[in-house]
Design a protein around this ligand. Structure first.
Ligand SMILES: Cc1cc2nc3c(=O)[nH]c(=O)nc-3n(C[C@H](O)[C@H](O)[C@H](O)COP(=O)(O)OP(=O)(O)OC[C@H]3O[C@@H](n4cnc5c(N)ncnc54)[C@H](O)[C@@H]3O)c2cc1C
Length: 468
């Protein structure tokens, strides 16, 4: 460990730091790893201002990347030869005494938050998985298991503290720096380093019904009828959510449809039994049905641990939004996915995931209220391209790109609405217009105000407007 010749005592790793440096570069996806010149761990907010000044006064200036949880499958939180500001020492989670709000530091994972909310019997809108960072997830919008009831993570933000490109540390909320508060709610990491966020707290949603319902691929037609036209839409409320994935589970690796429900306030299992009846006793026959109760979101967030522990670490994720579970759309994606994963063991672990969250709360906010533009009824889907060999990485990347492009254009054709891309599941090569839509002009003006020199040059980069 050496000390940067700048103000503050900041832990810094370089290639000379050996194993610690290699560990510091590690990300959720091996495809996200880049060899940074420095990885630094600020422990107090003021140190971040010093690090920015140091990076910008080098000749040439160093590229700055910011790492929250390191879950994004791009290289946005990594740098080739620049400096990574790793927020891993800023993970404090503080529940207010009145139990109404919680302040979370920018480097915390959702698992850190759920440890506290589980202990205190409260809940917040966060990620379904514990290892996703609060920073990246929230700044990109944040769709979670509680979104049906309480909206997106950004809809639950009360205030934040941000270190700006010029080193100033500002508090932002609806009254203080309101423009900045608007921009960070959906604009990503383009406006500064968000060192803490205060969220609304909700009463505990546990016990939660969750588990697995699995079907052979031959049941997809029937399943889409259940989801789309009859039972599920009729009985579903904002307290029920599920993801449906196309995957090939071991040991048979046959194309399967796996449904992972999250049923909030499921006291004794009777609610799960009732609302999931169409999936158990309807026209589609599950090959496996195992639903139980867990106490809280901490447990839900660990429910995929076993499956993910053996998943190939070369992962690319792309996703998009869609308006409805159109059978024509889903059946075509199924065919594409079966064909792609058939007979190619290298990419067999690739999956397609569809999220079914009740859209009511998400649509209760207008497009102009936050930087995230899509507030008409919608759902989201993601392709997780996983590869076991270097040679198949490109194939998996191309598959992810082609499927999400198909979903976007087919959904536009069937619904008459182009919903663009969803920031949290982009890779950075999309156009800013397609991600921010009608909010882009305001975001460009605010980029000119808060980061005219594009110090934040990683991610879905917004060009500053030319101010006259
Ligand atoms: C397995 C998996 C499941 C997912 N499921 C969902 C889901 O259900 N819903 C959903 O909405 N998204 C989901 N995502 C997407 C996820 O929200 C994004 O990848 C998000 O960016 C991850 O945040 P992070 O802090 O871990 O990312 P990082 O990789 O650390 O960072 C991603 C980007 O955010 C920036 N950033 C991170 N923290 C800060 C900060 N404090 N201040 C400023 N900029 C910051 C980084 O600079 C970078 O540009 C999922 C991702 C994975 C891998």
């Amino acid at each position: 460990m050496e000390t940067l010749a700048i103000q503050g005592e900041i832990e810094i790793l370089t290639v000379e730091s050996g194993d610690a440096y290699a560990a510091a570069l590690r990300r959720n996806s091996d495809l996200s790893v880049l060899p940074a010149k420095y990885v630094v761990y600020p422990a107090v907010y003021e140190d971040i201002s010093s690090i920015i000044a140091f990076a910008l006064t080098q000749s040439p200036p160093l590229e700055i990347a910011v790492k929250g949880g390191g879950a994004h499958s791009s290289t946005w939180a990594s740098s080739n030869g620049g400096i990574v500001i790793d927020l891993g020492k800023l993970k404090k989670v503080t529940l207010f005494e009145d139990g109404q709000y919680i302040t979370v530091q920018g480097g915390a994972l959702w698992g850190d938050v759920y440890e506290v909310t589980a202990r205190e019997h409260v809940d917040v809108v966060g990620s379904p998985l514990w290892f996703v960072g609060v920073g990246g997830f929230t700044l990109g919008g944040g769709y979670g298991p509680l979104s049906g009831q309480y909206g997106l993570a950004i809809d639950n933000m009360i205030s934040a503290t941000v270190v700006l490109a010029d080193g100033r540390i500002v508090k932002t909320n609806r009254e203080e720096e309101p423009d900045l508060f608007w921009a960070i709610r959906g604009g990503g990491g383009q406006f500064g380093i968000v060192v803490d966020i205060t969220f609304k707290v909700h009463s505990a949603v546990g016990p939660i019904g969750c588990g697995i319902i699995s079907y052979p691929g031959s049941e997809l037609d029937q399943l889409l009828k259940i989801i789309g036209v009859c039972d599920w839409n009729r009985i579903m409320t904002p307290q029920e959510r599920f993801t449906m994935s196309f995957s090939r589970p071991a040991p048979h690796f046959k194309p399967s449809i796996v449904i992972l429900p999250t049923i909030l306030h499921d006291q004794d299992g009777s609610k799960s039994r009732e609302v999931l009846r169409p999936f158990r006793e309807g026209s589609a026959n599950p090959s496996f049905y195992n639903i139980g109760q867990v106490p809280n979101m901490l447990a839900v967030s660990h429910s995929a641990d076993v499956a993910l522990s053996t998943a190939p670490r070369s992962l690319v994720i792309r996703g998009t939004l869609f308006s409805d579970f159109f059978p024509e759309l889903l059946l075509t994606v199924w065919e594409k996915w079966v064909e792609f994963t058939e007979g190619n063991e290298d990419v067999r672990a690739s999956t397609v995931l569809w999220d079914l969250t009740h859209p009511r709360s998400i649509t209760g906010v207008s497009s102009a209220d936050t930087a995230l533009p899509v507030r008409s009824p919608h759902y989201w889907m993601a392709v997780q391209g996983r590869s076991t060999t270097a040679i198949s990485i490109k194939t998996a990347q191309e598959f992810a790109t082609s499927v999400v492009s198909f979903v976007r254009s087919k959904n536009t054709e069937l619904s008459g609405k182009d919903l663009g891309w969803f920031l949290n599941l982009t890779q950075g090569d999309e156009s800013a217009e397609d991600v921010f839509g009608t909010n882009l002009p305001r975001l460009s003006k605010l980029k000119a105000k808060y980061d005219p020199k594009k110090v934040w040059s990683k991610g879905l980069v917004i060009d500053p407007a030319e101010l006259t």
